[in-house]
Design a protein around this ligand. Structure first.
Ligand SMILES: [Ca+2]
Ligand SMILES: [Ca+2]
Length: 417
């Protein structure tokens, strides 16, 4: 049946091509839309061919997200730890359908224990093949997981400039009770690893060469993505799917500086800084991931809060930066509590630092030589994604206009590669 449909479509497109006398169709008619489509966007090969996995954490193989292991069979339902009466259970597992298309999807291969934690801990970027945006300019995809869209998301990028054009998260993620009470009917609000169908209007970029990046910069329990059925070519606007919302960060251009970062010492409170979440507060000339009365010593009371915070844009002129960090040495601190330097526009991470020489609440002064990026417009992204005991981070004295390493400062180690 499928084969028949395909033959009919081929015949149809060939006939249309002949009727319209489009020279491009004179070769193999089935390739008429190939330039508009992704290679293996539906994972039906059972492998990750067509996609390139990029390291973002020290090139560590064991920490690499997006590996072939994640390509799973759609018939293997996702396991979720609730019983039919919506009670959290241990030992027995509730199976939820992935809502995938075809035989394979990118899923969650481990469901519990240390293997599952290790899976979520991995970070990485998965880059698609390049395509030209055609047809109606709509893209559709099925996306699951990604409990924190600040760290796990799908980017649409311009293949020529690398500029991030759109960013989509799984905003339907919702750990509501999966089944309605005493019922076998799935709660329509519940979305964990199961896939939600989204459609995205990219028509402003028609005829541009683009590529996609699934990004995972999180190491927490729900910080991983599942996906399937990525279609970049639709002749007409798709009739179903949730309208995807662009969550690309809006940078503070009003306080953009040519050299010295605006309010890098937090003397003006949060001016020039934008926060997603509630963990960070300015406190006496520092930024601290503490969400209550500002008691810097009571680290455990505030460990559960998470945040992503972005600075205003600055142009790196002199090559060197410096900053001071305190705390940040909790469990997985190198993955959850860090300072990232990103390029405005592309939002590409050029460096990431954690508190390698942590000394409790005492500030350690660091410097970094970013001179290979001189002239670029950059910003800081500071992350507290830790929820274990003592998962807090404090920052102060960010300087971006240094011509050399300040005396007494420790060389910060870049772990973003
Ligand atoms: Ca599939
Ligand atoms: Ca992850």
């Amino acid at each position: 049946m499928k084969r028949l449909t395909k033959i009919c479509l081929v015949f149809l497109s060939f006939s249309m091509a002949a009727a319209l006398s489009v020279p491009a169709f004179q070769g193999v008619p089935t390739r008429a839309t190939a330039q508009y489509e992704l290679e293996n966007g539906n994972l039906e090969s059972g492998f990750l061919n067509g996609w390139r996995s990029v390291s973002v954490f020290k090139g560590e193989t064991a920490m690499q997200a997006f590996t072939t292991e994640g390509v799973v069979k759609a018939t293997e339902k996702f396991t979720y730890l609730y019983d039919m009466n919506s009670n959290v259970v241990s030992g027995s597992h509730l199976r939820v359908d992935y809502n995938a298309e075809g035989e394979y999807l990118y899923g969650l291969p481990y469901y519990s224990g240390a293997s599952r934690d290790a899976w979520a801990e991995k970070q990485g970027v998965l880059r698609s093949s390049e395509f030209t945006l055609g047809g109606s300019g709509y893209m559709t995809f099925r996306l699951g997981g990604g409990g924190n869209p600040d760290l796990c998301y799908l980017s649409v990028k311009d293949a020529e400039s690398g500029k991030e054009l759109k960013r989509y998260g799984n905003l339907s993620f919702n750990l509501a009770t999966p089944y309605l009470p005493n019922s076998a009917v799935k709660n329509p609000l519940f979305h964990a690893c199961d896939l939600v169908e989204y459609k995205a209007d990219l028509s402003a970029f028609t005829e541009k060469k683009l590529y996609l990046e699934f990004c995972d910069y999180g190491s927490g329990y729900w910080d991983f993505l599942t996906f399937d059925d990525v279609k970049t070519y639709h002749e007409a606007m798709p009739t179903h799917g949730v309208e995807a919302v662009d969550i690309k960060p809006v940078l503070d251009e009003a306080h953009a500086a040519e050299n010295a970062l605006y309010n890098g010492d937090f003397s003006k409170g949060m001016e020039g800084w934008t926060q997603e979440g509630s963990a960070f507060i300015p406190f006496g000339g520092t930024l601290a991931s503490i969400n209550f009365g500002g008691n810097l010593n009571d680290v455990n009371r505030c460990s559960g809060a998470t945040s992503v915070i972005r600075s205003a844009v600055f142009t790196l002129k002199n090559g060197f930066i410096s900053f001071s960090m305190a705390y940040g040495n909790a469990e997985k601190g190198d993955k959850n509590l860090y300072v990232s330097v990103r390029e405005a526009g592309t939002n590409t991470e050029i460096a990431r630092f954690f508190n390698t020489n942590a000394n409790g609440g005492n500030f350690v002064n660091y410097y970094a030589d970013l001179s290979e990026h001189t002239g670029k417009r950059l910003y800081f992204k500071i992350v507290d994604n830790g929820t274990s005991n003592g998962s807090v981070l404090s920052l102060s004295s960010i300087q971006t206009s240094l011509t050399s390493a300040p005396s007494g400062a420790v060389k910060a180690v870049n772990i973003a590669y």
